[in-house]
Write a protein that binds this ligand. Structure first.
Ligand SMILES: [Zn+2]
Length: 74
């Protein structure tokens, strides 16, 4: 089920919410439905599982030299 991040155009609140088909999300503070969809957190998380090519590193190893730096230690 997708999770979307919204910004409320009425009060400026930013929040994440599950969106089921056929329903309209509203602001948890002022209950306005005047919202700007920002991004899908679900889609962002799902894109990080690709195998790491040798030349670019894994991008998520937490190496102190930065994401993907582990490639230089092989
Ligand atoms: Zn609001």
């Amino acid at each position: 089920m997708p999770i979307y991040e919204y910004g409320c155009n009425a009060c400026g609140r930013e929040f994440e919410t599950l969106v089921r088909s056929g329903t309209t999300p509203d602001c948890p503070d002022c209950h306005s439905t005047d919202l700007a969809k920002k991004l899908s957190v679900f889609a962002t998380a799902a894109s990080g599982g690709d195998p790491a090519p040798m030349a670019t590193g894994c991008g998520s190893c937490g190496h102190p030299d930065g994401p993907g730096a582990c490639a230089f230690n092989r």
